[in-house]
Design a protein around this ligand. Structure first.
Ligand code: ADP
Ligand code: MG
Length: 386
């Protein structure tokens, strides 16, 4: 067991890392963050920020020498970096688990090999793969296998010709071609698993996306309890098969009442931000506990919650980057009972960039959803259907 005031290492300096730093500090640990961005949200509150690339081995040596264990908030950390660090100190999740989650071909293959429900897909490594792909996959979504996020590196394609065009546009990078599913809704399960294999899952959440980016999370999900329970079982099975240690996010599609795994995130997940405000233990505290060998906390929700993401366009008067920039009027949000605002202190607001979020908590789901959507409109987020 790694006890405070030991120093924990965090690869990645985004908002997920920032919440980890806060949770670790609350529990008496120090945190070093490694991230190439000198203004990273986690780096600026860490005990030390190593401004370095993930493959800077001199920096990794220093990081390993200064930390007692290492985790990540960023799935695109090269697996080689995790393998290298693991020679010197505990690294959770493992390079292998991260490698599966960071490549859509490896991820889908893992799901197929383990009999875990997922949508129809084909691995596309060259144009011939596309020419051979089953016609029943169209209309489809072509997604680059690596480095896509928030709907980036994805193209909706009606037929094979459009898919070929999109594949060339992605410079022939390896992709997956997924059948476009008609979604009843989207769910996620975030869980923590420790080295002994104990799993604690948060209640299943419901996610609404806008332009491919998570917009609103509602927890607990407004679905039949049996479906929510089944999603938890599937997520737990994935964690076991990956021999996962840490906090894991699993995204699901619900299609004609059936569950399909969309993707996994080997880190805390945007759809469990609300656990900070609505659960007995947050997903970030669980990440600290799993990493240090402390017993996992109780994941139950003490409140219903609705979380709304605040994207960079909100910082522009006309909601796009060529209009004047200004700070939104947060007093509109602070006036709402049960609302908690979290800003990530990002250096620059870019449209589509996650700059902060708020969570409304309360006794019942319908009320928190209503209050959150009203607050969302009051601050000036007007599009999207809920
Ligand atoms: P990201 O890494 O950007 O989160 P996802 O694969 O989760 O990528 O896609 C983002 C969103 O796009 C999903 O949450 C869903 O709303 C939509 N989407 C992605 N793939 C499909 C699909 N095969 N059918 C229908 N909608 C999809
Ligand atoms: Mg996703």
């Amino acid at each position: 067991m790694i006890r405070p005031p030991a120093t924990l290492g965090m690869l990645g300096g985004g908002q997920l890392g920032r919440f980890f730093v806060s949770a670790a500090h609350e529990m008496g640990y120090h945190v070093w963050v490694l991230d190439p961005d000198p203004h990273s949200p986690a780096g600026r509150i860490a005990d030390r920020h190593l401004v370095a690339f993930y493959d800077d081995f001199a920096a990794l040596d220093e990081f390993a020498a200064g930390c007692a264990a290492v985790t990540t908030e960023f799935e695109n950390v090269p697996a080689g970096t995790l393998d290298y660090l693991a020679k010197f100190l505990p690294v959770h999740p493992s390079a292998n688990a991260v490698a599966v989650c960071q490549n859509r071909i490896a991820e889908k293959t893992f799901l197929a090999d383990n009999g875990i429900p997922h949508g129809p897909f084909a691995a596309i490594r060259d144009e011939d793969d596309l020419r051979r792909a089953d016609a029943a996959l169209f209309p489809a979504v072509l997604k680059v296998a690596r480095f896509g996020y928030d709907g980036k590196g994805q193209a909706r394609v009606a037929d094979r010709d459009e898919a070929l065009h999109a594949f060339r546009h992605f410079n022939g990078e390896a992709c997956v071609l997924e059948k476009m599913l008609h979604l009843d809704c989207e769910l996620s399960v975030v869980l923590a698993r420790d080295e002994a294999g104990v799993v604690r899952a948060f209640p299943t959440a419901e996610n609404r996306h806008r332009h491919g980016i998570l917009d609103v999370t509602i927890a607990p999900a407004r679905v039949a309890p049996a479906l929510a329970a089944r999603a938890r079982e599937v997520a737990e099975r994935i964690a076991e098969r990956l021999d996962y240690v840490g906090t894991l996010g699993v995204e699901f599609f619900v299609c004609e009442g059936e569950l399909f795994v969309n993707e996994m995130a080997p880190r805390p997940h945007n759809s469990a931000h609300h656990t900070v405000d609505a659960c007995l233990t947050s997903q970030y505290e669980q990440q600290v506990r799993a990493l240090t060998g402390l017993p996992l906390g109780e994941p139950q929700a003490h409140s219903a919650a609705a979380m709304v993401n605040l994207l960079g366009e909100l910082w522009y008067e006309g909601a796009h980057a060529d209009t004047p920039q200004r700070e939104p009027d947060w007093s509109l949000l602070h006036a709402v009972p049960g609302l908690r605002l979290h800003l990530y202190a990002k250096h620059h607001a870019r449209p589509g960039r996650k700059m902060g979020h708020f969570t409304v908590i309360g006794a019942n789901t319908a009320e928190v959803v209503e209050a959150a959507l009203q607050a969302r409109a009051a601050i000036g987020i007007t599009d999207g259907e809920h």
